[in-house]
Design a protein around this ligand. Structure first.
Ligand SMILES: C[S@@+](CC[C@H](N)C(=O)[O-])C[C@H]1O[C@@H](n2cnc3c(N)ncnc32)[C@H](O)[C@@H]1O
Length: 279
């Protein structure tokens, strides 16, 4: 829907956004997305009372809080996520966990949810491990949950979910790992419980531009799901090579079902659809 008084985005204006998100977020925005981006940003321009996309670009650059960058990223990508997304991957983990645990004689498990959005993915991992490891208290487990967006990380860290977010979580797990409370509007919300929350470390991390140096040979499993689709082939390849460096021997990499590792064949082998193992 065109906004009254708002000019269409020009190719030059669109290029400013393309360059910005490529240089700062790593997201590769194809030329044909111009109409989509215009449509999604129009609402934001209207809310701010701005009449041109150039004005909006300048406004976004001048905003030091990061809020406007968040708005821009949200307009061109999605934070959509859910608990226990991609059920085949959880079935695989269910089968494979005894073998993974048997290899870990130091009883340390390190897992990374590398674009964790509002937290459903790292909490699913934590709940899964807590409910599947019999001698859980003897393990040293840490799940790193990172995202580029401060806003979604705040929600993740808060660990409070609405009824609609809880689809896909079996009742028994809700009873064991969440506390139902009423929010200010009288709606039931679900607070994740401390034993699960304690397993997770939240951190802002840009997968394309931040350094992987501190993670060297560290993780047993990395979840990098439904984010690589936004990066170009070269960026994806570089990111996957970085994952190879920071995964432990025979470490696993889980990607989204529409993502694949076509260019890193010497580093990873496919073990199941969208599940790879470090070679
Ligand atoms: C669709 S969500 C995926 C959430 C979860 N992994 C899943 O599959 O359900 C994509 C997330 O990637 C994050 N993201 C986008 N670009 C990123 C980057 N360069 N570095 C880190 N996170 C990024 C977004 O903020 C968003 O939360």
């Amino acid at each position: 829907m065109p906004v009254a008084g708002l000019r269409d985005i020009s190719k030059d204006e669109f290029k400013l956004f393309q360059d910005y998100v490529y240089k700062n977020v790593g997201i590769s925005l194809a030329d044909h997305k111009i109409t989509l981006v215009q449509g999604r940003l129009a609402k934001r321009l209207r809310a701010l009372g701005l009449n041109s996309y150039r004005e909006y670009y300048d406004y976004m650059i001048a905003d030091r809080s990061g809020e406007e960058e968040y708005q821009l990223i949200s307009a061109i990508s999605t934070n959509v996520t859910q608990f226990f997304r991609e059920s085949a991957q959880w079935d695989f983990l269910n089968e494979e966990l005894p073998n993974i645990l048997a290899r870990k004689t130091d009883k340390k498990l390190r897992i990374w949810s590398a674009a964790c959005s509002s937290g459903e993915e790292p909490y699913s991992i934590a709940i899964f491990l807590h409910s599947h490891i019999r001698d859980f208290s003897q393990w040293d487990i840490n799940i790193l949950a990172s995202d580029i967006s401060k806003r979604v990380l705040a929600k993740a860290q808060n660990g409070v979910y609405e009824e609609k977010d809880m689809q896909g979580v079996p009742r028994a797990l809700i009873a064991q790992y969440f506390t139902a409370r009423k929010d200010a509007a009288g709606e039931t919300v679900y607070h994740i419980t401390d034993p699960v929350k304690r397993l997770i470390t939240f951190r802002m991390f840009n997968l394309v531009y931040d350094s992987f140096h501190s993670f060297y040979s560290h993780f047993d499993i990395i979840f990098c799901r439904n984010v690589m689709i936004y990066f170009d082939a070269q960026t994806q390849q570089r990111l996957i090579s970085s994952y190879h460096k920071v995964l432990s021997n025979r470490g696993l990499l889980f990607v989204g079902h529409s993502e694949s590792l076509t260019r890193n064949k010497e580093e990873f082998k496919l073990v199941k659809p969208s599940i790879y193992q470090k070679i």
